[in-house]
Structure formats: structure tokens, C-alpha cells
Ligand binder design. Structure first.
Ligand code: ZN
Length: 243
């Protein structure tokens, strides 16, 4: 298991405003649709309803057919990290940690999508490019986990490759729209989709309750929450907000 949150240590970060960027950092200020700043850790999270692993529906008669419990791991390894308890525009968490910290897979699963090139242009701030370098994994629980703004992606991390909970996928950074902000892992939870549906992949349910559990060694599962959100979302009509 990882010890990222040992002792409950919390890294202090500032960075609500681009003005907090290190001296000399060019601050992009597009005339319209400016990149939103990540929200630092704070109060005001709403508890998220969720449930742990449970028996597969329709198989209540036998103990041997129960779903195997899934082990979850906090997605930053080997560094102090502080997860924001809210997020601008859509559900996600910005997990502040130094550049170069390990982004680890939160579950056993399979690599989904990998973006190795930072195409973000602050002048256009196109939604599909805001991630910078990013990786998503579809867990054995059927849920997709996504981390972006990475500075590097591990060798051999390609779509279809199997990974284990706690395995290093890449390193934290501030690529994409995080360029003017302190380094952080943007972390999103969603249901799997065909490739390229970044408006779902970036985060579709609030991940805070799960991150807070995993950080303390718990294994709170987002399976039920994600299934409910997918039903409520309905037919995908493309990006609907903050596009
Ligand atoms: Zn974010």
C-alpha cells in the first residue's frame, strides 16, 4: 500500500489566482473563455453517496458468486498531496503535489486512453487539449479513472495494457491548461466510453468521498455512484458545458 497520506499530512498550497504563479511565469489571459484556475483544498464538500462491492445482481443464492472486493489506492504515491474538495465547472479533484510525484493506478485494471503530447494553446483553450499529458484506466470494477496535467507518462503505458493498483502510470506536472498553475493531478471518475469523449472522461461524479477513503486506507467503491450518474446523464450529446 502507498503511504501518500501518512499521518494526514497536508501540503500547503496557494494558487487560487494566476498571480500566485512563480515570478517570470507568463500568464495567459485570453480575451474570452479563460482557463479556469484549480480550486485549492477547502471546505464545503457534499458527502457523496456510494456503496462498497456487492454481490452480482441475480446471484443471491450462492456465496461463491459474490463479486470479489476491489482494492483502491490513493492516486498519488510517495509525496505529500492535498486533494481539492471541490472543482470548477464539473466534478473532479485537483490533487496538489510537487512536480514529478507518482501518479499511480487507483485500481487493478486496463489502460484506456493515453495522451502523450501537450497541444494546449492558451489563446484558444480548446476543451480537448486542456488535459495536457493524460492517462485513463478502466478498473476491474468497470469504472474509469483519469489523471491529467502530467509531466511524463511511463514507458509501456499504452491503451490495453493491464496495470495493478499502486502501479506508477506517470508523473505529476502542470501540462495543458495547468501551465499557469502550481503542479497538480487533475483526477476524474467516470463511466467508460469510446475514445475521445473528453467531456465525460474529465470527471462525471464527485471523486472526493472516494479519494478521502482511499487516502485513509479505505476501499470505498464508486461503482454505484457512477452507474447512477450514467443513467441520469442519458444519451451522450457531446460536450454540454465548459467546452
Ligand atoms: Zn482540474
Amino acid at each position: 500500500m502507498l503511504v501518500a497520506a501518512a499521518g494526514g499530512a497536508v501540503a500547503y498550497v496557494s494558487g487560487r489566482d494566476a498571480d500566485d504563479a512563480p515570478a517570470g511565469t507568463p500568464l495567459a489571459r485570453p480575451a474570452t473563455n479563460p482557463p479556469a484556475q484549480p480550486q485549492p483544498p477547502g471546505q464545503g464538500t457534499e458527502p457523496t453517496q456510494s456503496a462498497g462491492p456487492r454481490a452480482t445482481p441475480g446471484q443471491s443464492g450462492s456465496r461463491t458468486t459474490q463479486a470479489r472486493p476491489v482494492t483502491y489506492v490513493f492516486p498519488i504515491g510517495g509525496c505529500k498531496a492535498s486533494a481539492s474538495q471541490s472543482h470548477h465547472d464539473y466534478p473532479a479533484s485537483d490533487i496538489f503535489a510537487d512536480k514529478g510525484c507518482q501518479f499511480v493506478s487507483p485500481v487493478d485494471g486496463q489502460v484506456d486512453e493515453v495522451i502523450r503530447v501537450d497541444s494546449w494553446d492558451p489563446e484558444t483553450n480548446v476543451g480537448k487539449d486542456r488535459s495536457g499529458l493524460s492517462i485513463s484506466v478502466v478498473g476491474v470494477d468497470g469504472v474509469r479513472y483519469y489523471g491529467s496535467h502530467l509531466s511524463a507518462i511511463g514507458a509501456g503505458i499504452e491503451p490495453g495494457v493491464k496495470v495493478r493498483a499502486g502501479q506508477t502510470l506517470g508523473l505529476t506536472g502542470n501540462t495543458g491548461s495547468a501551465r499557469p498553475t502550481p503542479p497538480h493531478l487533475h483526477f476524474g471518475i467516470s463511466w467508460p466510453t469510446p475514445p475521445g469523449k473528453w467531456w465525460i472522461r474529465r470527471g462525471s461524479v464527485p471523486p472526493q468521498a472516494f479519494l478521502n477513503s482511499w487516502r485513509k486506507g479505505g476501499s470505498l467503491s464508486p461503482v454505484t455512484t457512477v452507474a447512477k450518474a450514467k443513467r441520469a446523464y442519458g444519451t451522450d450529446r457531446g460536450c454540454r458545458s465548459y467546452c
